[in-house]
Design a protein around this ligand. Structure first.
Ligand SMILES: [Cu+2]
Length: 181
């Protein structure tokens, strides 16, 4: 193998390593939730909203949730699940407690989700539920839903194609340089 051919193989391997490293970093997914009482149907004027991010490589999950016009004092609030999503309604309080949220508004914090919990979250089976003294089962609630489509990770075949293209382009450049010499 000639020396510049050797160099091309090294360049190709470098591209593969970089692409794999990029892939392992995962992606940041964004979620939103809209909270109200329409599923519980007790007429509370309370509403709320939340934004969330999930890092699929680390499981790092951040939340920022606020509410207004609750009919009585907040007792506690949770992210519950997994339960099947029923249109815009959730069976508020259903499933287990995934995250115990701090009281008050806004609720800003982070926790780490297991790989299984990440899949359940992405599937839309988690919801925010705010319990109050009058409506202890649920004052307001809303499903946590994925925003848009995640940026696709580079597939392994994509990495192979990128490496081959790089080697091919490199070969053309070397041949032209040699022809010009
Ligand atoms: Cu709860």
């Amino acid at each position: 193998m000639s020396s510049h051919c050797n160099r091309l193989v090294k360049v190709g391997l470098f591209v593969v390593v970089m692409a794999v490293a990029q892939n392992a970093r995962g992606e940041i997914l964004n979620f939103t939730a809209y909270l109200d009482s329409h599923c519980a149907n007790h007429g509370s004027p309370g509403t709320g909203s939340g934004t969330f991010t999930l890092d699929t490589a680390t499981g790092d999950f951040n939340y920022n949730i606020s509410y207004e016009n609750l009919s009585s004092n907040e007792m506690f609030s949770h992210i519950h699940g997994p339960i099947p999503l029923m249109g815009w309604c959730v069976d508020a309080g259903g499933g287990g407690i995934i995250v115990s949220l701090p009281n008050g508004t806004p609720k800003i914090g982070s926790t780490t989700l297991t790989p299984t919990q990440q899949q359940e979250l992405i599937a839309g089976s988690y919801h925010v539920n705010i319990h109050t003294t009058i409506n202890s089962t649920s004052e307001i609630a809303g499903a946590i839903l994925l925003v848009g489509t995640p940026v696709p990770a580079v597939s392994e075949w994509g990495v192979v194609v990128m490496a081959l293209l790089t080697i091919g382009a490199g070969t053309v450049v070397f041949r032209r340089a040699r022809a010009a010499a």
